[in-house]
Design a protein around this ligand. Structure first.
Ligand SMILES: NC(=O)c1ccc[n+]([C@@H]2O[C@H](COP(=O)([O-])OP(=O)(O)OC[C@H]3O[C@@H](n4cnc5c(N)ncnc54)[C@H](OP(=O)(O)O)[C@@H]3O)[C@@H](O)[C@H]2O)c1
Length: 339
């Protein structure tokens, strides 16, 4: 066991896009678990877009990380020592252990992972929070029907790539929007999207969408907001359903963009519905969602991709690269070996 615990703290609140100096790597002694606690050693750490919001000093659905505080986040870990009867040494677990090598936990909000179901990293992706976000955000809010046209923005990421595949399972025509030719090839050639375009090389999103969605758009799963969403809303059909999952195009802006511009008029005229959600509102149904996603995975109906950075010290870079779109699929950081 290493004698120290490397941790990544928030050093400064980012102005615009985060930079290296907004983070600080520190080393402290490995904590000792007390009564009713366990010590875990992280194997994979998840970096997620929501963490950008926690770096701001703005009240949201969760408290901001204080300056000098540990960057929070999910991780898959091994139990090293346990004083909790429900957890044993050697168990693989998933919980909010933060950007650090070791964590002490009282077991609340921690779930055991069965490594025989799928690789343990999937507990942070297809069989974890992003998978549940795709599952509930699409099915509960949009109820996609066979033959309907579903558009997904942020389509090649952890959530978006799963949304499109779930929509295909439901018999829909699926069109993705993502930021790279390699991502477009991944969507259309590897995971079954019917069409997709690269918003970084296409200038007229409206025209492109019109060509790719000749019957209009019945369902929109919005991961990005901004100009991409403006174009999608202009093409929605009567009674369209829009799931507002994320607005990543806005997360690093110093000044918020104008909005909602065309969107409200489109909702009015098309008698359509747009609904925001936070995945944890479906917490009671998580076991059902995980069971279904695991079954689709076993049946080969769902594919997933992971981008894995190595080393705790590279966690901030992995996070910033993900915000820049360098990832395809789920961005993770591997910080120790799984055995
Ligand atoms: N509501 C919830 O409970 C919930 C839960 C999880 C995630 N989310 C949201 O879901 C979205 C996707 O999350 P994820 O974990 O799956 O991340 P992800 O898609 O794997 O990674 C983020 C992606 O966002 C794209 N992006 C970055 N800047 C952009 C911009 N200005 N315009 C358009 N796209 C941009 C990049 O892909 P490109 O190369 O395509 O630009 C990047 O790969 C995020 O908005 C996140 O906040 C919401």
């Amino acid at each position: 066991m290493s004698i120290s615990n490397k941790q990544i703290l928030l050093a400064a609140r980012p102005v615009g896009f985060p930079k290296d100096s907004d983070f600080k790597l520190v080393e402290s002694p490995v904590p000792v678990p007390g009564e009713g606690q366990m010590l875990v050693r992280s194997i994979y750490i998840s970096v997620d877009p929501y963490m950008r919001g926690r770096m701001n000093d703005v009240k949201s659905y969760a408290a901001p990380v204080p300056i000098g505080g540990l960057m929070g986040g999910g991780a898959v870990a091994r139990v090293i020592q346990s004083n909790i009867s429900a957890f044993n040494e050697g168990d693989i677990v998933e919980g909010m252990f933060g950007w650090q090598e070791y964590a002490v936990s009282d077991g609340r909000g921690v779930r055991k992972i069965d490594p025989s179901v799928a690789p343990i990293s999937t507990a942070l992706g297809v069989l974890g929070m992003p998978g549940l976000t795709a599952y509930f955000g699409l099915l509960e809010i949009c109820d996609p029907q066979p033959e309907e046209t579903v558009v997904v923005s942020g389509a090649a990421g952890a959530v978006g790539s799963l949304v499109g595949q779930i929509a295909k399972i439901k018999g829909c025509r699926v069109v993705g929007i993502a930021g790279g030719d390699d991502k477009i090839a991944y969507l259309t050639e590897e995971i079954g999207f019917d069409a997709a375009f690269n918003y970084k090389t296409v200038s007229d999103y409206y025209q492109q969408l019109k060509e790719l969605c000749p019957k209009g758009i019945d369902v929109y799963f919005d991961n990005v907001g901004g100009e991409i969403s403006d174009a999608v809303f202009s093409l929605i059909n009567t009674r369209a359903r829009v799931s507002i999952c994320g607005q990543i195009s806005q997360y690093n802006l110093e000044k918020p963009e104008m909005g909602p511009r065309l969107i409200l008029m489109s909702l009015l005229v098309k008698q359509a519905r747009a609904e925001g959600f936070l995945v944890f509102q479906y917490a009671e149904k998580y076991p059902q969602g995980i069971k279904q996603m695991a079954q689709w995975l076993r049946e080969g109906k769902l594919k997933y991709k992971e981008d894995i950075e190595e080393g705790i010290e590279n966690t901030p870079r992995a996070f910033m690269d993900m915000l820049k779109g360098r990832n395809t699929g789920k961005q993770l950081v591997k910080v120790s070996e799984s055995d």
